[in-house]
Design a protein around this ligand. Sequence first.
Ligand code: C2E
Ligand code: CA
Ligand code: CA
Ligand code: CA
Length: 279
Amino acid sequence: AKLAGRDAIRFFDPQMQAEVSRRAELDAGLWQALERQQFVLHYQPQILADGRVVAVEALVRWCHPERGMISPAEFIPLAEENGVIVPLGRWVLESACVQLAHWASDSARAELAIAVNVSARQFRHEHFVDELIEILGRTGAPPSRLEIELTESALLDDVESVVAKMDAMKAMGVRFSLDDFGTGYSSLAYLKRLPLDRLKIDKGFVCDILVDPNDAVIARMIIVLAENLGLQVLAEGVETEAQREFLVQQGCNAYQGYLFSRPLPVAELEAYFDRQQQV
Ligand code: C2E
Ligand code: CA
Ligand code: CA
Ligand code: CA
């Protein structure tokens, strides 16, 4: 058996091996990256049907000293697995709240809200609500300008405890979006019991909305569902004017995507926002 094992390694393809070792290196480097403050938030505008920008989504990036800018699509799954997501997620919340407090004291940008992604593991952490309250208090960020984006996996827990947690935050004015909607498996009956404010249509449905009739039907169904549940609905990953028009016709309320802007460093986001205000 030992021989077979050693032989098996010879079949390992070198590219796959490089990927495995990159993963292992990033995995091991995450804690240190947090200590060395190598993470940064970029902000992507969210656009209402009338064209106004009233919120941005905070998206984390890792500025790696040797490997350059690393996408969260690569390191967030590792951080969720090894637990770094809890302190990293806390850092993201805190940084977003510092930014919110800063904008709130600036009359030209006081209306801007920030949506923050919160992982299932972070949301389920027993101190999550207390820490959020502490962060809001310490930074002075207005809770009504904070939106939390959760995925269905965060909510697949005992419904009473999920609702209690969300209600405690809602009482302060925090809002909730359900991210990547349509990719999970939660039942509609379950959804109805949650105090959500908004559904986000996953970009996977938006990208082929004009060419794949199934995606168009799913997007339309999510919009109708949101309407019936009294929720807002935002389409992410909107890249073309034709996609936006189709979604407008279906009754979508808000949009996000490269058609409007990529996620931007804070100074560029502020310049983008100020330009929009002058139009
Ligand atoms: P997400 O929350 O679904 O965020 C949307 C992703 O789509 C972002 O990728 C964004 O840059 C990208 N995107 C925006 N517009 C377009 C478009 O028009 N076309 C296409 N193709 N893509 C677009 P990003 O920044 O790489 O983030 C990937 C994922 O990493 C996020 O997906 C989210 O699940 C996770 N993530 C990012 N930041 C955080 C964070 O602070 N905490 C947690 N827990 N997860 C995060
Ligand atoms: Ca999101
Ligand atoms: Ca998504
Ligand atoms: Ca996602």
